[in-house]
Design a protein around this ligand. Structure first.
Ligand code: OAD
Length: 247
């Protein structure tokens, strides 16, 4: 697939580029998405696993689920899509990654400015005193407790919870001030994260979507590039580099 010329032209004059990513960018690393054909929320209910009440009711079950997710994430490696974003950072002066993913793969790929809207599965904290526990936890004697006696939970945003305020504030600022906003591998149905697409649009950014299928925002973006992000993003980088060489 050739990248449409208007996307390449916009990129050539862009100063600030924002990527807004979702589970789809990590699909090619072997991490299942939430929705769609093979989405995990088709088989499991988020209400049973991804909310605070579920955790209080059955912390063991919720931790089993997160430890399982963690084992998948640990086996996974950043793919060509994550790595292409790092290449963008080498070419353009200001690139920001806003992600809904908790898998840490953007950072592991080498991205420097990453705002995590839904937390990070590598971090944990005590529900009582909020102390952070970021190393491996010991589950030999059941669900780990903090020294204050509170339960330790994963540092991910559950349904019904607020997003990390500072990460969201910085993301809004980035969406308001960017020239190009690339929406990669997200169904864009979970709010408030998805509102950033509209923030970017109303502030005049050029919107490019990269997804294997149509989404909620396909009708409002300037260009939809349909295909796997691990193929499309490297292609964009390749075309930009080619132009720079020929200049
Ligand atoms: P979804 O599972 O809702 O959407 C994944 C999107 O990625 C879909 O639109 C797919 O079509 C697309 N996709 C799949 N494979 C792809 C590929 N190789 N290349 C490009 N696109 C691909 O995931 P999110 O939009 O991230 O929240 O979901 C948002 C939030 O809902 C998650 O952060 C999570 C979930 O509940 C919390 O846990 C708070």
């Amino acid at each position: 697939m050739d990248i449409p010329s208007n996307v390449i032209e916009k990129l050539q004059s862009a100063k600030k580029i924002v990527f807004f990513s979702g589970a789809g960018i990590s699909a090619e690393s072997g991490i299942p998405t939430f929705r769609g054909k093979d989405g995990i929320w088709n088989k499991l209910s988020p209400e049973e696993l991804a909310n605070f009440n579920a955790f209080i009711k059955n912390p063991k079950l919720v931790w089993e689920w997160y430890n399982y997710r963690k084992s998948i994430v640990h086996q996974a490696k950043p793919n060509l899509g994550h790595l292409a974003i790092v290449e963008f950072e080498n070419i353009f002066s200001e690139v920001i990654v806003i992600t809904q993913n908790v898998d840490n793969l953007h950072r592991r790929a080498g991205s420097k400015k990453v705002y995590e809207l839904h937390g990070n599965i590598e971090r944990n904290f005590c529900i009582k005193c909020k102390k952070h526990y970021d190393g491996d936890l010991d589950f030999q004697e059941g669900v780990p407790n903090c020294s204050c006696g509170g339960l330790i939970r994963p540092d991910v945003v559950w349904f019904g919870e607020m997003l990390p305020a500072e990460q969201f504030r910085l993301s809004e600022k980035a969406a308001q001030s960017c020239d190009i906003f690339l929406i990669v591998g997200t169904s864009a149905v979970v709010y408030p994260a998805a509102s950033l697409v509209y923030t970017a649009k109303s502030n005049g950014a050029f919107l490019v979507e990269v997804n294997i299928e149509e989404t909620e925002v396909s009708t409002i973006v300037d260009v939809s590039l349909f295909g796997e992000s691990g193929k499309i993003l490297p292609k964009i980088v390749e075309q930009i580099k080619q132009i720079r060489i020929n200049k």
